[in-house]
Write a protein that binds this ligand. Structure first.
Ligand code: PMV
Length: 350
């Protein structure tokens, strides 16, 4: 029986405050705009992944997600496998005594501790964990920056989960995607009292996948071009400055306006895409009333490609924000799951 080589890792979820929406190259997952996110604590939401390889495995690569076999023949997963194998091959060629792991079939086993494909950034944590687990298995000396370029090809937002804290993704300009990768804006310790509460409105799989949604938005929305070329570049600057200066009001305002802008381009898509529902809109109203009552902005909502709300606030406002949310919406139908749990910005990334 041949030896089984194995490595495990966990990867965190990240929630964008400046959204990625639109691909200029769908094959390489190259975005039409840069984006920025906060990496959440792995204590709350994470993907755990084990990568193994052996010459005794059946000849094709396999992936098990939450116990169900997944199709690995798609171009995105194949691109990640191919790039990581090529890096391993390079070190095997330099050191002839190393086992030829790059030639063995891979077996990936992955578990999410949160709903998959429900607009909770499961693909971000999933591909980040897959890439990091294989890089560990192959003992690659690759940096988070380098791995983010590979993870991006699996799922765009995954590139940001390779870092902890406050993370940007530079859209880049090279046609081959070599400069489209994540970078650290600030470590979590820089602004450690940032908190997020996630309101799970629905754990169901989202109706329109982000890839399909982005394609129709780029093709049909007239609002989209201005968002990509003017609105987001300006907001990227404002957001990085707000994070550096720990200016929560600007951070929060830009977060909410960018979520609104992203969902406006979805509504402006033909046929229109609706990710928000009545409960999502009720959450927006609650955040607005919290901010009005406080006399300043102390809470910020944001929504990805689904109805679930993520609300950012500072720890010292826990009672006014998370507490009020529970009181206002606690018995409303459809609210469940992570309600009320505070999630801290993660300091370590992977
Ligand atoms: O990485 P994808 O293809 O799942 O796209 C994610 C898109 C959003 O979550 C809506 C925004 C973002 O920047 O994470």
């Amino acid at each position: 029986m041949s030896e089984i080589h194995r490595a495990s890792t966990t990867a965190p979820v990240n929630i964008a405050v400046i959204k990625y929406w639109g691909k200029r190259d769908p094959k390489l997952n190259l975005p039409t705009n840069s984006s920025l996110s906060v990496t959440l604590s792995q204590a709350d939401l994470r993907t755990h992944t084990t990568a193994s390889c052996s010459s005794s495995y059946p000849s094709s690569d396999s992936l098990l997600l939450n116990g169900s076999p997944q199709d690995v023949s798609g171009a995105r997963t194949q691109a990640c496998f191919r790039e990581l194998r090529a890096l391993r091959k390079k070190i095997e060629e330099q050191d002839g005594s190393l086992p030829r792991l790059s030639e063995m079939p891979l077996k990936i086993v992955s578990e999410n501790n949160f709903p998959t494909a429900a607009g909770l950034a499961s693909s971000a944590a999933g591909f980040a964990a897959l890439v990091r687990a294989i890089a560990n298995l192959y003992e690659l000396p690759a940096s988070p920056t380098e791995l983010s370029r590979i993870a991006r090809q699996g799922s765009g937002s995954a590139c940001r989960s390779l870092f902890g804290g406050y993370v940007g993704w530079d859209q880049g300009s090279a046609a081959d995607g070599s400069d489209s990768m994540a970078f650290e804006v600030a470590p979590a310790e820089h602004w450690p009292n940032m908190r997020a509460v996630i309101l799970v409105v629905s754990a169901a799989k989202k109706g329109v996948s982000s890839t399909a949604g982005m394609q129709t938005t780029v093709a049909t929305s007239s609002l989209f071009a201005a968002r990509a070329s003017e609105t987001v570049p300006k907001r990227m600057q404002e957001m990085q400055k707000a994070i550096k200066e720990k200016d929560f009001e600007t951070f929060a305002k830009v977060t909410m306006m960018d979520s609104n802008s992203f969902h406006a381009t979805c509504l402006d898509t033909y046929p229109p895409i609706f990710y928000l529902n009545d409960v999502s809109r009720a959450a927006i109203k609650v955040v607005e009333s919290i901010n009005v009552a406080a006399g300043k902005i102390i809470a910020a909502y944001t929504f990805d490609a689904g109805p679930n709300a993520v609300v950012y606030y500072l720890e010292e406002k826990e009672k006014e924000v998370a507490g009020l949310f529970k009181a206002a919406l606690g018995d409303k139908e459809g609210w469940s799951g992570k309600r009320g749990d505070a999630i801290q910005a993660n300091s370590e990334g992977l």
